[in-house]
Design a protein around this ligand. Structure first.
Ligand code: HEC
Length: 108
């Protein structure tokens, strides 16, 4: 009983540390951006009927919608907040998106 409670406390203490690990140096389309979109967006945005006609499956589609994506994932006024009905992306993912855009949206 005591051990379980101690272990739980330790895990809680570790959680914010794990949460703060954000890779901001190796941000690529294939290794970073596509996995984020695949996890949180493509369920709706690979079929136009469910994603409000915005498709995000391919590199070209993502580049074409990049300014709208930025507004939507930051949930800025004037944009539909995304992921729809799904809260907000982790701040690390939003930071990585910004880095990818700032680096010229490379197809890497
Ligand atoms: C549950 C389905 C669903 C998910 C998940 C989802 N979207 Fe959407 N998205 C929509 C629909 C539907 C619209 C059309 C606007 C509306 O009805 O809200 C839309 C609109 C958009 C738009 C246009 C917004 C604008 O203001 O012009 C962008 C960009 C977008 N989504 C990006 C994303 C991104 C990026 C993700 C993942 C982080 C995502 N969406 C996740 C369904 C979804």
């Amino acid at each position: 009983m005591f051990f379980v409670s101690c272990y739980y406390d330790n895990e809680e203490a570790l959680y914010p540390v794990l949460n703060n690990l954000c890779d901001t140096t190796n941000v690529t389309y294939s290794g970073t951006i596509f996995p984020i979109l695949n996890n949180s967006c493509l369920g709706c945005h690979s079929v136009s009927a469910t994603g409000g006609s915005i498709l995000l499956s391919t590199y070209a589609e993502v580049v074409g919608s990049a300014p709208r994506i930025t507004g939507s994932i930051k949930q800025l006024p004037g944009f539909f907040a995304m992921p729809k009905n799904g809260g907000k992306l982790k701040s690390c993912s939003i930071t990585q998106w910004d880095i990818w855009v700032r680096n010229g949206m490379q197809n890497n």
